[in-house]
Design a protein around this ligand. Structure first.
Ligand code: PDD
Length: 277
């Protein structure tokens, strides 16, 4: 079952209008919210970011936090105590004509669950590969918009290059991954791009910073040169579906001789403690 505009419906029977602006323009926003053992993780943070995304594109939030919670609970009843990723999408809704500018419409709300299978620590300890690319996205990467053409192009490049992620840089400065935030460690210091319009303010990013601080790392939210990635001791990516993942090879060059860093291991463990609390 999925939730669409007030109804719980089998997924293959859920339909939207061809005039929906999400379909015509990608005019909508979304959230991906992890659920561990049936418990929704950091829901209020995701709902705050959702509100910010909606405000940025002038869509009125159709539901209260209680209503979202209620819908999620009903969907989660189908698979109790499991790990899931809630996908929540809100588009501006359907108009009668295709026009770029918009009228006030009834937003379309679509919510579904997807199984979430986090990688085990042993799997993660193998390390992952990434490639770098210039960031040709727009200047409002802080909006979690469903119009993801650039991210799709990068993700397909990652797939074709058989790597986990594409790490992006704008004016030679590292921004984020195509579908994740990026961190580098040098000595005892963790670097990550500051929030603002050039990255998505990841909920997992906040958690990684929280865990790293707990583990004694100094946190510097500053943009660093993309070339500095090759001399980093550790490189990590983070997202709600991947948690915190070590990257040991960038553009076919080894990071830290291809070895997993000790800071990643500690931060990963602390992250698991927060998640299971
Ligand atoms: N994406 N940056 C980008 C461009 C992302 O697409 C994502 C996550 C993140 C990490 O955000 P968070 O920690 O809140 O998941 C950063 C999701 C998972 C997706 O598009 O499916």
């Amino acid at each position: 079952m999925v939730f669409l505009n007030g109804e719980f419906t089998p997924k293959d029977q859920a339909c939207i209008s061809v005039m929906d602006r999400g379909f015509l323009f990608g005019d909508g926003v979304y959230e991906v919210i992890p659920v561990y053992a049936g418990k929704i993780f950091r829901l209020s943070d995701h709902l705050v970011r959702l509100q910010n995304s909606l405000d940025s594109i002038q869509i009125s939030n159709p539901y209260t936090p209680e209503k979202y919670q209620n819908i999620f609970d009903q969907l989660l009843e189908q698979s109790p105590n499991s790990n899931q990723a809630i996908y929540l999408q809100i588009t501006r809704g359907a108009d009668t004509v295709r026009k770029h500018s918009f009228n006030e419409l009834t937003p379309t709300v679509f919510i579904e669950l997807n199984p979430l299978i986090p990688k085990t620590k042993t799997e993660l300890e193998n390390g992952y590969h990434a490639i770098t690319q210039p960031d040709f996205r727009w200047e409002r990467c802080d909006i979690k918009a469903t119009s993801l053409l650039a991210n799709i192009i990068y993700s397909q490049q990652a797939k074709q290059s058989q790597v986990e992620e594409v790490i992006l840089h704008r004016d030679q400065m590292m921004t984020e991954g195509a579908t994740s935030n990026v961190f580098t460690v040098k000595g005892n210091t963790l670097f990550t791009h500051p929030t603002g319009q050039h990255i998505l303010s990841g909920i997992t990013r906040d958690l990684v910073i929280e865990s790293a601080r707990y583990c004694g790392l100094i946190i510097k939210e500053v943009a660093t040169k993309i070339d500095d990635i090759f001399s980093a001791n550790e490189v990590w990516i983070s997202s709600s579906t991947r948690e915190v993942m070590p990257i040991t090879n960038v553009d076919s060059k080894l990071i830290n001789n291809g070895k997993i860093g000790q800071h990643w291991s500690q931060v990963y463990d602390h992250y698991q403690t927060i998640k299971n609390a």
